[in-house]
Design a protein around this ligand. Sequence first.
Ligand SMILES: C[S@@+](CC[C@H](N)C(=O)[O-])C[C@H]1O[C@@H](n2cnc3c(N)ncnc32)[C@H](O)[C@@H]1O
Length: 363
Amino acid sequence: MASGTPTAPAGPAAPALPAVDNSRYGIDNEPGDSAYDSEVASYTTSLATNITDYKIENGRRYHAYKEGSRSPSTSIAKDLANSNGLGYPYPNDEKENDRLDIVHKMTTVMLHDRLHLSPIAKDPQRILDLGTGTGIWAMDMGDKYPNAEILGNDLSPIQPRWVPPNVRFEVDDVEADWTYTKPFDFIHCRYMSNAISDWPRLGKQCFDHTKAGGYTELIDFDLDWTSPDGSIDNRPIQKLNRDFLDGSLAVGKDPSPGPKLEQYMKAAGFEDVYAEKFIVPVGTWPADKHLKEVGAWNYLQVMEGIEGFLYRLFTNKLGYSSSEVELMCVKIRADMKDPKMHAMMFVHVAYGKKPEEKSAPED
Ligand SMILES: C[S@@+](CC[C@H](N)C(=O)[O-])C[C@H]1O[C@@H](n2cnc3c(N)ncnc32)[C@H](O)[C@@H]1O
């Protein structure tokens, strides 16, 4: 044996590999050109159908791509969660999509008409929006940065077909390994509460795929409702909020990642991490005009979203019947309509810069 050739380590012999079954690589009956076209079309249609083979539960429509999947790395309440993944728990139907567009409006008002806080370059080339939803943020960014290529991904293909020429959408799972070959100037991830089972890993993938000197920005809720004057204490809405938060954690998805975003950014390796916490009132109760407007949009999105937030989690995982959930929704609506209740939640924004590449020291 020539010197330098690796030798097998001593020890038990490796099991023999099964012989390759060459018939698996055989060629199917060769159809004519036109038959081949229709065969390809039928395969792609059936792949597309997997993505749009939506599940209907309690009158609401849910995503099909990776339905029921969850990351194997989650450790929270493993026993319960491992029994059967819940998938993304919110619907993807018209009603939910309307809610997402209202949340977008609420957020731009909250940020004083800005689409992001990161001080990104004036002329970014590549922008990625994770879990893009209806794609409304990505499309606004396409208008704002006409020279940039904007890519939005989501489990659900719910984005419009007619979009600015520099905006593209694809079905993807942000918790899977990312396969992008070129880094992004800016990565944006908004409102993935209840969607992500491994935030540190998501932060790391953002870091790995951000250009040196580029930015990643995470925006998310703290859904633990509170009130400045104790006016939500002991109301049905407070108990339901707690059950919702506990139930979400039990299935391994953090409903309130907001307060931890700054930490995720730092742990991933971003520098100059900036974090800000915004009050998001539920309703028009604040005296402050700006908060009143944010609160009005938030009230609308919660009213639109209540059933969507609760049904899948409570009926599939927490053992409630649909009529019990319906009753919960009635109670929440009653509390929401009471002007004496001054409820609020929070939104956190955290952004950071990927360090510039250091040039090699000269000799
Ligand atoms: C609350 S919506 C937010 C949409 C959008 N980011 C926005 O701010 O308007 C969350 C979105 O994340 C998507 N989603 C959830 N889990 C996902 C995953 N693992 N990969 C990709 N998208 C996901 C959902 O389908 C949904 O459209």
